[in-house]
Design a protein around this ligand. Structure first.
Ligand code: OAD
Length: 248
């Protein structure tokens, strides 16, 4: 593959699976018998905020005991040593950032932060040791100290950064690269990114454990665990792109 002018990366739960974070739709993807969709909607928060709070607080606590894996590190290397890139992640963990990726857009929000229900302001509360799964917390931005909700984009809410993503897709040209890792292609708008990138002329490459719903959107498909597949793939790309740079 020739050196692309830009690289758009999309990741999903599969990229963090080898760090020990369960995916949503694989065999162990249920949470205490709940479908994730049942705790990931604004109506669930209205109906049963205690269950939703507990779900996200336990997931935030679990982040403290996991580390980025070889797939996160390979993507950070691709971003550091390759062409200009944007990494769009559907994941709400912070493992891409911890692996060293800088241009990361977390389109479904972040477990690290909480959002004031009244003002909409977000605060990073990862360092709060008193974040308890049984007790809501209050913001520090309102005089009346409003309740905070998880800073997560739930089903029915608008994903973050859609204008930035659309701008990147529009700017893709033939020869550019769209790399998609570890996502089942079930949830839109993320699932449409490869289709649109291909329409813009980019080469679409998939790394996934098994064939996702939208497998036909990809020019190149690598099936296998991302932590094993990505490092040699990125290594090959970087080597061949640096050889490109040396030829006239
Ligand atoms: P899914 O759980 O739907 O899909 C994960 C994908 O990763 C599957 O296709 C697996 O085959 C693949 N996979 C599992 N282990 C892997 C590994 N080691 N290496 C590579 N691939 C692997 O997760 P997402 O597609 O990310 O939304 O789900 C999308 C959205 O649905 C989530 O962001 C979340 C969820 O409901 C919200 O919470 C808004």
């Amino acid at each position: 593959m020739k050196r692309p002018g830009r690289v758009l990366i999309l990741t999903g739960a599969g990229v963090s699976a080898e760090s020990g974070i369960p995916t949503f739709r694989d065999a162990d993807g249920l949470w205490e018998g709940h479908r994730v969709e049942d705790v990931a909607t604004p109506s669930a928060w209205l109906r049963d905020p205690a269950t939703v709070w507990r779900f996200y607080t336990l997931r935030r606590q679990a982040l403290l005991s996991v580390e980025p894996n070889a797939a996160h590190r390979a993507l950070a290397r691709l971003q550091a040593e390759g062409p200009p890139s944007l990494l769009v992640s559907q994941n709400v963990d912070d493992l891409h950032q911890r692996a060293g990726s800088e241009a990361v857009l977390s389109m479904h929000g972040q477990l690290r932060s909480l959002r004031c229900e009244a003002s909409g302001r977000c605060e990073d509360r990862m360092a709060d040791e008193d974040l308890d799964e049984h007790r809501f917390v209050s913001c520090s931005c309102c005089a009346t100290a409003s309740r905070m909700r998880p800073d997560i984009v739930w089903f029915g809410e608008r994903p973050l950064g859609m204008d930035t993503i659309a701008g990147w897709i529009d700017a893709l040209r033939p020869g550019d690269l769209c790399l998609v890792v570890g996502t089942s292609g079930h949830v839109h708008p993320a699932a449409g990114i490869a289709t649109q990138a291909r329409r813009s002329g980019a080469t679409t490459v998939l790394v996934n454990l098994d064939a996702p719903l939208n497998v036909d959107d990809f020019d190149e498909v690598h099936l296998g665990p991302a932590g094993a597949v990505l490092p040699p793939l990125v290594e090959d790309w970087l080597r061949s792109w640096s050889e490109d740079a040396g030829t006239v």
